[in-house]
Write a protein that binds this ligand. Structure first.
Ligand SMILES: NC(=O)c1ccc[n+]([C@@H]2O[C@H](COP(=O)([O-])OP(=O)(O)OC[C@H]3O[C@@H](n4cnc5c(N)ncnc54)[C@H](O)[C@@H]3O)[C@@H](O)[C@H]2O)c1
Length: 325
């Protein structure tokens, strides 16, 4: 039964961080599959604009709530995505970032324990830090500086994974952990300093395109629809398969090459300028997705040009119609 007393084919699913970039696409996909969504978000980096199209739908509900405080609701499954994800935002209030990962996870795990339901954690490739192993398999323990500016996010997410696995071992909780690598697509925050959004906005506005370092460092970028599909596949795996499972695109692209592609696709006349690299910026990061391929039958399906074209369309519409949300 849903909250209006009607029978629904799907489940009632809690998505924390559901008004954010990835979370709002996850809400869209889960609703298309016939589920009812409870989106919980404190709107720190999320925006009503991302979920505006869902607000009139009786199967969608949103609650403004900080997951650092306990939450008492009745649901069948939890996807825990709440956490600022870009350095600009997670370094704005580092203590709150760690609290969101640690206290927030404890609260969501406590809720899952009380309801005896399955819970999925959106972890990150940042748990590998500046990796000494390429590409990164899930068995790699990582190389994280616990004292640096990125530690509030990296160590917070590592501790969240520890909590998930201890709730599983100690209390038998049905957990799933995915480690998400660089994701891009429509609804990325235009000012969050992430490379794809930065380059597109700079190119569309005809501003200088800023490359940190020489641009030879590589990243692998995965389109958001693929990541959401992988998360849902992971949630639907049999009980006992916990992960962690890497989700990302193994195709590497240098930052310089990315800037050049975006300039070409937007027909921009921007110039490339170089600035010094931020602290602890990894030189290279690429997922080993063998586990996702074998256990989830998942691989990315959307190539960089297609994904970039959709993302450029989105930013073009934002720049012509500025958001109030
Ligand atoms: N985007 C990526 O490339 C990427 C890569 C790896 C992991 N992830 C993970 O995926 C998740 C979603 O990332 P995103 O890119 O959509 O980021 P985002 O900032 O767009 O979304 C995070 C959402 O969580 C909300 N939030 C933050 N703190 C909260 C709190 N204490 N209580 C309730 N809501 C809170 C924000 O308002 C926002 O809506 C994050 O957990 C992030 O760590 C993202």
């Amino acid at each position: 039964m849903n909250s209006s007393g009607q029978s629904l084919p799907g489940k009632r699913i809690l998505v924390t961080g559901g008004a954010g970039f990835i979370g709002s696409h996850l809400c869209d996909d889960l609703m298309k599959r016939g589920n009812e969504i409870l989106c919980v978000d404190n709107f720190f980096t999320g925006s009503k604009r991302n979920i505006l199209h869902l607000l009139d739908n009786p199967c969608f509900e949103v609650v403004r709530h900080d997951i650092c405080f306990p939450l008492y609701v009745e649901v069948d499954e939890i996807y825990n995505l709440a956490c600022p994800a870009s350095p600009v935002h997670y370094q704005f209030d580092p203590v709150q970032t760690t609290k969101t990962s640690v206290s927030g996870s404890i609260n969501m795990l406590g809720l899952a324990k009380r309801l005896k339901i399955r819970i999925l954690q959106a972890s990150t490739s940042e748990v590998y830090g500046d990796p000494a192993v390429h590409p990164q398999p899930e068995s790699y323990w990582g190389n994280v500086n616990p004292l640096g500016l990125r530690a509030c996010y990296d160590e917070g997410k590592r501790c969240a994974e520890t909590l998930f696995f201890d709730y599983h071992r100690q209390l038998g909780l049905d957990i799933k952990v995915v480690r998400i690598f660089n994701t891009y697509g429509p609804r990325m925050h235009p000012d969050d300093g992430r490379v794809v959004s930065n380059f597109i906005v700079q190119a569309l506005k005809g501003e200088d395109i800023t490359i940190y370092g020489d641009g030879g460092q590589t990243r692998s970028f995965c389109f958001v629809d693929d990541i959401v599909n992988g998360m849902i596949r992971m949630m639907d795996t049999p009980k006992g398969f916990t992960g962690p499972v890497n989700l990302g695109n193994p195709e590497e692209c240098s930052i310089r090459e990315l800037a050049e592609r975006i300039m070409e696709m937007t027909g921009s006349s921007s110039k490339i300028v170089h600035k010094s690299l931020p602290e602890d910026d990894p030189r290279q990061r690429r997922p080993d997705i063998s586990l996702a391929q074998t256990r989830l039958n998942w691989s990315p399906t959307i190539d960089l040009d297609t994904g970039l074209a959709r993302t450029i369309d989105y930013f073009e519409s934002c720049i012509s119609k500025p958001s109030k949300g």
